[in-house]
Design a protein around this ligand. Structure first.
Ligand code: PGA
Length: 249
């Protein structure tokens, strides 16, 4: 999808107009001659998409939403936003399958519908998947990842418009990260699986889960990782730039 390293900021239910003002430095950095290697994507709450789209207009930064409804256009779904609406807001991507949404009852079947509709709307999809601690402890990781991928990708055609985001659930917001050796093995397995089963020539897979300005020095050593999905540390522009600089330098 891109040869640049991806830095996807997932703001979750954080961020105000004040936070938006602080991204000026990130925009400046993204345009600087020091940055030839990073591709930045902001996924703020829906309420801030419009202002970030405007702010980043003359930059290479893209904006994404954090979720969408499984119905494509419109419908009687109070509190929901469709892929069409997201597209109209100026966002180019949407996160689907995040574990914090799965925990609210989102099934693999719903995720699959969302992916199909979002791609049909010409949004790129950031497809999250990952095992829970219980699944990891009972040695079910591979089985679970495979199941999430197979069910999520059923009947999906535009596979090249998907950024895969491997996020072990036990690693999100906990400060815990898999050691490099095992994380690398996991990425090698996932890439091979996507290449052989889905004929994706160069699958893009990012890592997410407690990425910060310290552990990034270790994580960047894993060549198989194409970028990072960053929650907590991404709402702080200084930390976010620090993570990017440490990765690309
Ligand atoms: P975290 O979140 O960086 O705060 O662990 C990552 C994510 O949930 O996408």
């Amino acid at each position: 999808m891109t040869n640049k390293i991806l830095f996807i900021a997932n703001w979750k239910m954080f961020g105000t107009k004040k936070t938006v003002k602080t991204i000026n430095n990130v925009i400046k950095f993204s345009k600087s001659k020091h940055n030839k290697k990073a591709k930045i994507i902001y996924c703020p709450p829906y309420t801030l998409i419009d202002s970030i789209v405007k702010k980043t207009k003359n930059s290479e930064i893209d904006v994404g939403a954090q979720n969408c409804h499984f119905e494509k256009n419109t419908g009687p779904f109070t509190g929901s936003i469709s892929a069409d609406m997201i597209k109209e807001s100026g966002a180019k991507l949407v996160i689907i399958g995040h574990s914090e949404v799965r925990m609210q009852g989102e099934t693999n079947l719903i995720i699959n519908k969302k992916i199909i509709n979002a791609l049909h709307t010409k949004l790129k999809v950031i497809f999250c998947f990952g095992e829970t601690l219980k699944e990891k402890k009972s040695n079910k990781t591979k089985l679970v990842l495979k199941k999430q991928l197979i069910l999520g990708l059923k009947y999906v055609k535009n596979l090249n418009n998907i950024i895969f985001a491997y996020e072990p659930v036990w690693s999100i917001g906990t400060g815990k990260v898999l050691d490099n050796k095992n994380l690398r093995t996991q990425f090698l397995y996932l890439k091979k699986f996507l290449k052989t089963k889905y004929k994706i020539k160069k699958p893009t897979i990012v890592y997410g889960g407690s990425v910060n300005d310290k552990n990034i020095l270790n994580l960047k050593k894993i060549n198989e990782i194409d970028g990072f999905l960053i929650g907590g540390a991404s709402t702080n522009s200084k930390k976010f730039i620090d993570i990017i600089k440490k990765t690309i330098n």
